[in-house]
Design a protein around this ligand. Structure first.
Ligand SMILES: Nc1ncnc2c1ncn2[C@@H]1O[C@H](C[S@+](CC[C@H]([NH3+])C(=O)[O-])CC(=O)[O-])[C@@H](O)[C@H]1O
Length: 335
């Protein structure tokens, strides 16, 4: 089987994991089909253009400074102005950029989300990531994954079915180069494509995904099955204020989003986790989403949070629901 260059690091990482964990054998065997489906040009019209943009990024000097533990994922390698402009144009061809920020060889990508703020809310509460195997479910373009590797994770895998985010990730990887020693990877699939009862990851993140799932308890069980016994789940999702019996199921749209299902209170969410067999479930953060955290920028020019709220009352969405509020809950798969 001939493996395109872009997929080689992923195959190598999966081979390494397969030596340690039997579940990865099964997954490795499914990689060719999963990659072909996730990056099928017949399903995604713009895919070839994104691939070309990444392929055209110029070779970079070996000497570069890579910072994965800063608020902006940063790579500095002293490009001249012409090459910097070339990089900027190619990176713009992958827009909209939603998750970041990044600073790549003098190009500042001011993304829709200040994803670093979410990381600041989550990071202090994590079991130290150093040396751990980490899965980021619905990890967007991989911004948080780079931060996980920056915190010392030994193997970080993003799964996200968006092929645009796959190519944004590959663009960032072009800049990061070997500086992360091949620890950070992206597979363009959804949680439903993770083999059953993998029981392999030390930490599993699901941030900004649960409310998109029509069956949230099934999602929690899938996350649990991916964790090794004793492993840690980090769950971040939209919540509403209320007690352990409060859950909102909005109508067709919530804050203009069509695919939003269950928004529990954080207390109800802890109950769901316990019902799914997690232990030690605890809310470590809960806060309203500010208009400064999610906003339109030069790199994401469509509407953003401010347009999705009631113009007269920012505590309500334009459909009349409570405005976005997010909680971070941590729990463990029993050892
Ligand atoms: N079946 C699925 N399986 C996995 N991922 C999926 C699936 N369906 C959609 N997604 C992906 O889930 C992500 C949800 S965004 C969170 C990003 C990041 N985690 C963040 O916390 O900023 C939502 C937000 O902006 O809050 C998107 O990238 C989808 O492609």
């Amino acid at each position: 089987m001939s493996i395109p260059d872009v997929h080689r690091p992923l195959y190598h990482a999966f081979l390494d994991q397969a030596c340690i964990s039997r579940g990865f054998d099964t997954w490795l065997a499914r990689l060719p089909e999963q990659l072909a489906r996730g990056l099928d040009p017949k399903r995604y019209g713009d895919l070839k253009a994104w691939e070309k943009a990444v392929a055209k990024l110029p070779p970079l000097p070996e000497a570069r400074r890579v910072q994965l533990d800063a608020d902006s994922v940063t790579v500095e390698c002293g490009l001249d102005d012409a090459r910097r402009r070339q990089c900027e144009n190619l990176l713009r061809a992958l827009a909209p950029w939603r998750k970041g920020p990044y600073r790549l060889s003098g190009v500042t990508i001011d993304t829709e989300w200040r994803s670093d703020w979410k990381w600041q809310r989550v990071a202090p509460h994590l079991a130290p990531l150093h040396g751990r195997r980490v899965l980021d479910v619905g990890g967007g373009n991989g911004y948080h994954a780079w931060r996980m590797s920056g915190a010392g994770a030994a193997f970080t895998l993003v799964i996200d079915p968006s092929p645009r985010f796959f190519w944004q990730f590959q663009a960032v990887r072009h800049f990061v180069g070997d500086a992360d020693s091949g620890r950070t990877h992206f597979l363009p699939v959804g949680i439903e494509d993770v083999p059953d009862e993998l029981a392999a990851f030390d930490t599993v993140f699901s941030m900004g995904v649960l409310y998109h799932r029509p069956s949230p308890l099934e999602h929690l069980l899938q996350l649990k099955a991916a964790l090794r016994p004793g492993g840690e789940l980090v769950l971040e999702t939209l919540v509403v204020r209320g007690d352990d019996t409060t859950v909102l199921l909005p109508g067709e749209r919530y804050a203009a989003m069509p695919n939003v299902y269950f928004l529990p209170s954080s207390a109800a969410l802890v109950g769901w986790l316990e019902r799914c067999g997690f232990e030690n479930a605890r809310v470590v953060d809960e806060a309203d989403t500010s208009l400064d955290e999610q906003r339109a920028t030069d790199w994401m020019t469509f509407q953003s949070l401010a347009d999705f709220l009631d113009p007269e009352d920012a505590t309500r969405t334009r459909e009349g629901y409570p405005a976005p509020r997010r909680a971070v809950v941590i729990a463990n798969r029993p050892a």
